[in-house]
Design a protein around this ligand. Structure first.
Ligand code: ASP
Length: 588
């Protein structure tokens, strides 16, 4: 046997027992002629020590070993001498007196410390990911993720869901990103597309009568990277037949409530049941449809006051159909001009032309971009609307609605972070509902689905698709957690005519629609049940559960921010012969 016990399990009940252990040298210390080693395996750490008199060979070998060598030891568990216990280690009351030691493998000095949490450049961590994953924090993240996924599987299994794998080599499944294409060798000039999600396939499973499906599914989207994006990521993909949106939301809410209690019991839910906000309300109050509810500083609309503010920027914006909105950054009334300039630069990076302010110093004095123009009654109304007090700083953006929401919504989050307003131990789930069914894409001059092509409009809004599509709402629901969208879903279209109508509305050429989605249209003619589902992102959820700021921290082998695998070096050029077989000529 390589090992009779794991390092982390040893305790006083094992005292006197012979054990064989195997693992990595976590740390070694020499103390007055005695060498101590902390031996580590996946399950924990135990101290081992040699006695130069009784085991001279093992003792000599101990002196040579270095951090991260892989060794096997045979020895006896004993109580540590009085006063030498280490209460911060689960095995801290015992140690193993080694009689024999075998070096199983030596190790070069690692490029960073495994036995200590230190800041290491991410590129180095990703290059040596196998070493990075030896560190406590990363191992804990992987184990937590495993437990979360196992909980989800068990939960759904108990409720009649069937886990079904769907193909990775498929046809375009659009979710608003570019496809990754795989050239077919057998059919020159033809390509598979990697699924952006199993959306169509899970709908097909509903047509197939499965009724309750799920999958821990890998999705592929070729889009620009952001902190919470990866070219491939994992979703809990779920679909149910004969359901209303309430049914899907109820099961997801119950699943996540129980998941939190099981996996991160140290965290608290902000509210249960999860609050529900309409898309409009989320935008008006928070400037974004993935709001963080853990703190206030809500946006307030002052477009009605802007016209009589005496401030030209506000007045012209209001007169031209724009919005003027603001937030109260409580306690920042003494911010200097320079500090406010920094906030101005921040909103400018989201398209705002500027940031107007009204600061009320702790002495109650007003400083402002526009106070000198401001009539007394408007000033009073402003103060009332923001419930401003001495020491507060009111910040305003006047612009097109989209820019006002984007810049102020982000400013709110930025300030909350700076002021430490969001409790890291609170999980604020909420639902966003009543999304617009389509959004106008000015660049392409067409309607884009706000969710995806297969989402059903609200039944009562179907007539609006012909009259004013901008007013129609979709049967979409998003699950949001602390400033992140962690899952989106919808009730689907299950009627061929309506699906064709939606394809037409979003400007999909009928021939292209038939080529890409003909199988769905055809399937809809063979008794398709009403159905709907949702797909929460496993990486984002685990990132938030683990208190990490980046999904790469909960993925064993992620790509870097530039979509590269730094360990293996992917992507990489293909062999000429491979390209030839695939009938590909490079045009670089
Ligand atoms: N397929 C959707 C997505 O990936 C989720 C869903 O509608 O179930 O966002």
């Amino acid at each position: 046997m390589y090992k009779t016990h794991v390092c982390g399990e040893l305790g006083t009940i094992h005292v006197g027992q012979p054990v064989t252990l195997a693992g990595w040298v976590h740390r070694r210390r020499d103390h007055g002629g005695v060498t101590f080693i902390d031996l580590r395996d996946r399950f924990g750490i135990v101290q081992i020590v040699t006695n130069p008199e009784t085991s001279p060979e093992a003792h000599a070998a101990m002196i040579d070993v270095r951090n991260e060598w892989v060794i096997q030891v045979e020895g006896l568990v004993r109580r540590r001498p009085e006063g030498m216990e280490n209460p911060s280690m689960s095995t801290g009351e015992v140690e193993v007196e080694v009689q024999k030691m075998h070096v199983l493998n030596m190790a070069k000095t690692p490029p960073f410390m495994i036995n200590k949490e230190e800041d290491v450049d991410e590129a180095t961590r990703l290059h040596y990911r196998y070493l990075d994953l030896r560190r406590d924090r990363m191992r804990n993240n992987l184990v937590m993720r495993h437990r979360a996924v196992k909980f989800i599987r068990d939960y759904l299994d108990q409720r009649g869901f069937v886990e079904i794998e769907t193909p990775i080599l498929f046809k375009t499944t659009p979710e608003g990103a570019r496809d990754y294409l795989v050239p077919s060798r057998v059919y020159p000039g033809e390509f598979y597309a990697l699924p952006q999600s199993p959306q169509q396939l899970k709908q097909m499973l509903m047509v197939a009568g499965i009724e309750r499906y799920f999958q821990i599914a890998r999705c592929f989207r070729d889009e620009d990277q952001r902190v919470d994006r990866q070219p491939e990521f994992t979703q809990l993909d779920l679909e149910m037949s004969f359901v209303y949106r309430e049914d899907v939301m109820a099961i997801a809410e119950d699943l996540f409530t129980k998941l939190v209690a099981e996996i991160v019991p140290q965290k608290r839910l902000f509210a249960s049941p999860f609050p529900r906000l309409t898309y409009r309300e989320a935008m008006d109050r928070f400037g974004k449809d993935n709001p963080d509810l853990r703190f206030g500083m809500e946006l307030k609309d002052i477009t009605d006051l802007a016209g009589s503010s005496g401030f030209q920027v506000f007045e012209t914006t209001a007169a031209s159909g724009g919005h003027v909105r603001g937030v109260n950054a409580k306690g920042l009334g003494n911010y200097s001009r320079k500090q406010i300039d920094e906030l101005t630069d921040f909103v400018k990076s989201f398209g705002a032309k500027g940031l107007a302010y009204l600061a009320i110093t702790s002495e109650g004095e007003q400083r402002s971009t526009f106070a000198k123009f401001l009539p007394e009654d408007v000033s009073r109304k402003l103060i009332e609307r923001f419930e401003a007090q001495p020491g507060d700083l009111l910040l305003f953006v006047a612009d097109k609605p989209a820019i006002v929401f984007e810049s102020l919504g982000r400013l709110r989050v930025f300030l909350a972070e700076r002021l430490g307003l969001a409790d890291p131990d609170v999980l604020a789930f909420c639902w966003i509902i009543d999304f617009p069914f389509v959004n106008w894409n000015e660049e392409e001059r067409r309607w884009d689905p706000s969710h995806h092509l297969f989402t059903a409009p609200m039944p009562e809004d179907i007539p609006l698709l012909d009259i004013d599509p901008s007013k129609a709402r979709g049967q979409q629901y998003d699950l949001v957690l602390n400033n992140y969208e962690v899952g989106g879903g919808s009730i689907r279209i299950h009627d061929r005519n309506l699906q064709e109508k939606v394809f037409k509305l979003i400007g999909l050429d009928p021939d292209v629609a038939r080529e890409r989605f003909g199988h769905m249209l055809e399937a809809f003619e063979y008794g398709t049940p009403p159905h709907g589902g949702i797909a929460p992102g496993i990486d984002r959820l685990c990132m938030i559960f683990a208190g990490e700021r980046n999904i790469r921290e909960v993925i064993a082998f992620p790509k870097n921010q530039a979509a590269r695998d730094l360990m293996a070096g992917a992507p990489s050029p293909a062999e000429v012969i491979q390209l030839k077989e695939l009938h590909i000529k490079l045009d670089l």
